[in-house]
Design a protein around this ligand. Structure first.
Ligand SMILES: C[S@@+](CC[C@H](N)C(=O)[O-])C[C@H]1O[C@@H](n2cnc3c(N)ncnc32)[C@H](O)[C@@H]1O
Length: 322
């Protein structure tokens, strides 16, 4: 609790949530100094950056503007809001939930509690999809090159679906999730980025979302970042992750429950010559390759690495029947 151990920092009383008289409200410099100390004590490595972001949010400004005005005094209302946010962050609530936004593929996306925060490594899924479509645009069995039809299973905030729709102005995207809240957020993000007219949102348990809506000729690309953390590992992850919905993370005993279900059914929905792209945990590539091989329905697989050099996406091509 803030009031417990930050009564005085930089000469400013930052320990009370009671309204302070305006003239006693601290300035930006004091807020940054004391807030950083508080979050450092809570074990947050990015304490200074987080405090700058929170203060910028409170002041409806940018981080840089905040830093450039160290003497700016907060109003009572601003200070109250800052303390409330700081206290939530101290309890390790993710910064993205406090700010209500997270950047993905250089697009600001709306996020809120109850929906997984998109991760930078998931951009590998977008990169691999674009690399594939630019090298092998959809053709057979279509008579002429057609705009791609892409299925994003487990879309969450719609991060992958929206990024692909922005990059591929003719593509049609089907985005599914079991969570109503996630789909609402995904729709908001698609509208915000001007692609909602090309994205169809369907709710349901994995493939069941497509019941009655599956494209007759199958889709060209199936992308998915399904839950893939082994159930037993979840409790060992960072405190921030514990605020995210378990249903978005828990991949069952070995983490591969969703990969198994996706691989078993994808041949019914992916056209011959189409591609399946699955995000994986860094140590899951061999196991996922082991799930693909016995189906006899795929060529490959190929593994893409994320920016940290870790295995992140498995790509397999549906065999073309002659
Ligand atoms: C790891 S998150 C990925 C979200 C988003 N694609 C991203 O990369 O940021 C997994 C998503 O799968 C959804 N999900 C969990 N179980 C599901 C199921 N049985 N059917 C469909 N979606 C499911 C969760 O609601 C969550 O949004």
């Amino acid at each position: 609790m803030i009031r417990a151990y930050l009564p005085r920092v930089s000469g400013t009383f930052l320990g009370s949530l009671a309204p302070l008289p305006e003239r006693l409200c601290p300035n930006v410099e004091d807020c940054l100094g004391s807030g950083t100390l508080l979050l450092e004590r809570a074990g947050i490595e990015t304490a200074r950056l987080d405090v700058e972001c929170l203060l910028a949010d409170v002041l409806a400004s940018t981080r840089w503007q905040v830093i450039l005005e160290p003497r700016r005094r907060l109003t009572q209302a601003e200070f109250g809001r800052y303390l409330a946010l700081l206290e939530r962050r101290e309890r390790r609530e993710p910064l993205a939930y406090l700010l209500g936004t997270r950047e993905f593929w250089s697009l600001p996306l709306a996020v809120s509690s109850g929906v997984l925060i998109p991760r930078p490594e998931t951009e590998t899924l977008v990169e691999a999809s674009l690399a594939i479509l630019r090298r092998a645009p959809p053709q057979p069995p279509a008579p002429s090159p057609q705009p791609p039809v892409i299925l994003d299973l487990c879309t969450g905030t719609g991060a992958v679906a929206v990024a692909l729709a922005r990059e591929l102005p003719a593509a049609r995207i089907i985005a599914t999730d079991i969570s109503r809240r996630a789909l609402r957020m995904a729709r908001t993000n698609a509208e915000r980025h001007g692609v909602a007219d090309r994205v169809t949102f369907l709710r349901g348990d994995l493939w069941r979302a497509l019941d009655g809506h599956a494209p007759a000729n199958g889709v060209d690309l199936v992308v998915s970042n399904p839950p893939y953390i082994p159930s037993g590992t979840l409790a060992t992850l960072m405190p921030e992750v514990q605020w995210e919905p378990r249903r978005a993370l828990d991949g069952g005993r070995d983490g591969l429950q969703f990969h198994r279900e996706i691989i078993a059914t994808v041949p019914q929905h992916l056209r011959p010559g189409g591609f399946l792209l699955l995000e994986i945990g860094a140590d899951q590539a061999a196991a996922v390759a082991g799930l693909l091989a016995p189906t006899g329905a795929f060529e490959g697989p190929r593994v893409f690495q994320d920016l940290a050099g870790r295995d992140r996406v498995v790509v397999a091509r549906r065999t073309i029947l002659h």
